[in-house]
Write a protein that binds this ligand. Structure first.
Ligand code: 13P
Length: 258
């Protein structure tokens, strides 16, 4: 398989770190990221309050900055929200949209997620659309129905969209549980996602990531699956060694097919 893009290894720090902790972890990652930077695109997604300090640390380095969410307007009188202009000013490149924690805890709908996704593309960011089924939906054999609905927002992509798009398959039952999806099962779902979305976006602009209990022990087996273009990492990304080992696993395996 000829790989058009480097594998993506994204850290989602959620709301686990204060700004000082984020700054320290970002500095530690950057100091060692050079060893894998040629082969892997590394992205750090701190919380909004840490974006500023992490942005300064990442400036001029090979590690990119991501936001965990956005309110999909450029700016305005909206208390408590963060829009595209602020993210652009901090040199954010990636924006996570539709994370299952936001869908579940905040009741975020596909309609709202669509606005974030398309707004991000229009504003020049790379959206990372998170999709995935719950354990009940999986048990009920509804995985494809759920994913089809969540991926349906891609139908509004205009033909002339040249933007890169990432989709993170994050089964809800694998997030934060230590029970990662098996690489074989994840690869099957990734194959299905590619087949489903290729009607909306050309294959060379698409990156399909896996997320859910990825760590330094299982990363190589995910990297070994051709259709897994990278990972979105939560808990393990809070440990510098683990996150760098995950990136190194992708650098090593994917190099062979680059
Ligand atoms: P964990 O890696 O902690 O399971 O979290 C995954 C996730 O939600 C990344 O967005």
């Amino acid at each position: 398989m000829v790989r058009m893009q480097k594998p993506l290894v994204i850290a989602n720090w959620k709301m686990q770190l204060a700004p000082q902790e984020s700054e320290m972890l970002a500095s530690a990652v950057v100091a060692e990221a050079v060893t894998v930077a040629d082969a892997v695109e590394m992205v750090l997604c701190p919380s909004f309050t840490s974006l500023g300090v992490v942005s300064e640390v990442l400036m001029g380095t090979s590690v990119a900055l991501g936001a965990q969410d956005v309110f999909p307007v450029s700016h305005g009188a909206l208390t408590g929200m963060v829009g595209f202009d602020e993210l652009r000013a901090l040199h954010v490149s990636y924006i996570l949209v539709g994370h299952s924690e936001r869908r579940r805890v905040l009741g975020e709908t596909d309609e709202e997620i669509a606005k974030k996704f398309h707004g991000a593309i229009a504003a020049g960011f790379i959206p990372v659309l998170c999709v995935g089924e719950t354990v009940e939906e999986k048990a009920g054999g509804e995985r494809e129905v759920v994913l089809t609905r969540q991926l349906g927002i891609l139908a509004d992509l205009s033909d002339d969209t040249k933007a890169a798009i990432s989709i993170a398959y994050e089964p809800v039952w694998a997030i934060g549980t230590g029970l990662a999806c098996s690489p074989e099962e994840a690869a099957e779902v990734h194959q299905w996602i590619r087949k489903t979305v290729v009607q909306y976006v050309s294959a060379d602009r698409l990156c399909v990531l896996y997320g859910g209990s990825v760590d330094e022990k299982n990363a190589a087996s995910f990297a070994g699956e051709d259709v897994i273009d990278g990972v979105l990492v939560g808990g393990a990304s809070l440990r510098k060694e683990a996150f760098l080992a995950i990136a190194a696993a992708f650098a090593k395996v994917k190099k062979a097919v680059a």
